[in-house]
Design a protein around this ligand. Structure first.
Ligand SMILES: NC(=O)C1=CN([C@@H]2O[C@H](COP(=O)(O)OP(=O)(O)OC[C@H]3O[C@@H](n4cnc5c(N)ncnc54)[C@H](OP(=O)(O)O)[C@@H]3O)[C@@H](O)[C@H]2O)C=CC1
Ligand SMILES: O=C(O)C(O)COP(=O)(O)O
Length: 503
């Protein structure tokens, strides 16, 4: 159970402690932040509201700890990460329980998130040993005008202190996808978990604590982003920010100093359906892509752009599948569970009302009970409706009927987002042309958008992000290249087999 057994030390009365200097601490603020269970809409957990002084202290400790961590052999860093991964997987049940209670993730998906996170940490340890164990050797005579007098040795060095800020929808997985690359590369890390999801994240951090990472290397400071967010992101002790979330990321990137940024932000992933597509395959992927975790994924299918000639048939197939989705509490492992907050449900409802007023066809009746919104397919959506452009982050999916592929591509590219997209057709040549024309970080051919497998590059164009994630890219992003150049007084050429260089 959450907060019991090995996790009992992270709880103080009914408030979870924050983590710094290898200790679980109570904030001197004396204040707590409530975490509301999306299903019951009652306070489920409480976490510390950390102060600016506590953030300062965590930054100082992170800076000091990073220096000795960078001197720890790579294989030892990897060993500790493997240990943390095993502990995380061993404790998947209590962590999954937190995910169910804090963010209403369906029970089975909650377990999957923890297991996937353990796998990600192990994979990062293995990949780090390979990627960071190699550098480059360059010689000067390949550039015009140079003799072979300079040998350049490059290696990847850590950046320092990484600030990691994940969103509510994957508070464990999108935290470890930042923590593991940071640590394997020799950085230290300060984590600011999302408020909804903070307790799951604290349990995950305790698994790293149990693995034995040194004092100060990892800190987890809790509190509302609106209160401590700016102080964290503008802190002079931060050398890199890895953020996943919404428009907040755009504001952060304007305020942050001259440090590397990794931003994974929102998306309006389009699903373009051509006339020759396998409509059963499309319908299954629309269900998986549009409605899993109630549409609260940045990579969710957020708009279907289907050729008019097959639209009726596709809509019928999707309707039939929606009718089979189970709706209810995450504990019962329902397909559709309450969205994360009342304000999110209100926002979704606003998009639905706007579509209604402007004449969209409702394939189901709109139904809502508290934060629970029944899955809804909106047909005949037009570009003047908000839902054609805005991401609901909920179980509501618009369909726009198109008369040409160009129309579909135009709609996709007119979006301010550019995360992923997908195209369904049996004609692979057409699919490649469409993929090239879509202004998104990834295009999936004949499958719904998805971030995983976690070692694949993951990036957004336009307002969807800066940089690229995925295990290898994150390791590279959290390092910098350092060169050492050996300057020879005279050119030196190796002559190869049988040759003799006169010294
Ligand atoms: N591209 C991607 O991979 C993903 C994108 N998203 C996008 O994120 C949005 C929903 O997620 P949500 O968690 O609500 O996103 P938010 O941007 O609201 O929050 C993300 C994180 O930022 C923190 N935060 C809030 N304000 C600040 C601030 N001023 N400075 C620093 N940090 C701050 C939040 O903390 P707190 O919770 O305390 O407010 C949370 O940890 C959607 O738009 C979705 O598309 C979501 C997941 C993945
Ligand atoms: O945060 C998100 O929504 C993602 O990064 C999507 O991940 P997924 O495609 O694995 O759900």
């Amino acid at each position: 159970m959450a907060g019991t057994g090995v996790f009992s030390e992270i709880l103080d009365g009914d408030v979870y402690r924050y983590y710094a200097d290898r200790e679980w601490k109570k904030s001197s603020s004396g204040k707590a932040v409530a975490i509301i269970n999306p299903t019951t809409r009652k306070t489920q957990y409480k976490v510390q509201a950390c102060t600016q002084e506590e953030v300062n202290k965590a930054m100082e400790s992170a800076k000091a700890a990073q220096k000795s961590w960078a001197k720890t052999p790579l294989w030892k860093r990897a060993e500790l990460l493997h240990k943390a991964a095993a502990i995380l997987k061993e404790h998947k049940a209590p962590i999954a329980e937190c995910l169910v209670k804090e963010i209403a993730k369906p029970a089975k998906d909650a377990v999957t998130e923890v297991v996937r996170s353990g796998d990600l940490v192990s994979y990062t340890a293995e990949e780090g040993v390979r990627v960071l164990g190699e550098g480059k050797f360059l010689v000067s005579d390949s550039f015009p005008g140079n003799e072979r007098t300079k040998y350049c040795l490059t290696s990847k060095i850590p950046l320092g202190v990484i600030l990691a800020i994940p969103p509510f929808n994957y508070p464990v997985n999108l935290a470890v996808s930042k923590i593991a690359p940071a640590l394997i590369a020799g950085n230290s890390l300060v984590l600011k978990p999302p408020t909804q999801g903070a307790v799951s994240a604290l349990h995950m951090v305790h698994c790293f604590h149990l693995a034995g990472f040194p004092k100060g290397l990892i800190s987890c400071v809790t509190g509302k982003g609106s209160e401590i967010g700016d102080f964290l992101t503008m802190h002079p002790g931060v050398n890199c920010i890895s953020f996943t979330g919404g428009d907040t990321g755009i504001a952060i990137s304007k305020k942050a100093g001259m440090i590397p940024l990794q931003m994974e932000l929102g998306g309006k992933d389009a699903c373009i359906v051509l006339e020759d597509a396998d409509l059963d395959l499309v319908a299954s992927n629309i269900i998986k892509g549009g409605f899993s975790y109630s549409g609260q994924r940045c990579t969710a299918v957020k708009i279907v752009l289907v050729m008019e000639s097959v639209a009726d048939a596709l809509v019928e197939k999707v309707k039939a599948k929606i009718a089979k989705l189970t709706v209810g509490p995450p504990e019962d492992d329902c397909d559709i569970t309450p969205v994360v907050s009342e304000s999110s449900a209100n926002f979704i409802e606003g998009l639905v009302k706007d579509a209604k007023e402007k004449g969209a066809t409702f394939c189901q009746d709109y139904k809502r009970d508290g934060n629970l919104i029944w899955p809804l397919l909106l047909d005949d959506v037009r570009p003047d409706m908000r839902i054609a452009w805005e991401e609901p982050f909920g179980p509501v999916l618009p369909v726009i009927r198109i008369n040409s592929i160009e129309e579909g591509i135009h709609h996709c590219n007119a979006s301010n987002f550019g995360l992923q997209g997908c195209v369904f057709t049996k004609d692979v040549n057409k699919a490649i042309l469409i993929s090239d024309a879509m202004e998104t970080g990834t295009v999936q051919i004949n499958s719904a958008p998805a971030r995983g497998p976690d070692h694949f590059p993951f990036q957004g164009l336009k307002d969807s992000g800066i940089g690229s994630q995925g295990v290898t890219n994150s390791i590279n992003m959290m390092t910098k290249i350092k060169s050492t150049v050996i300057n020879l007084p005279t050119p030196s050429y190796t002559l190869g087999n049988g040759g003799h260089s006169k010294l």
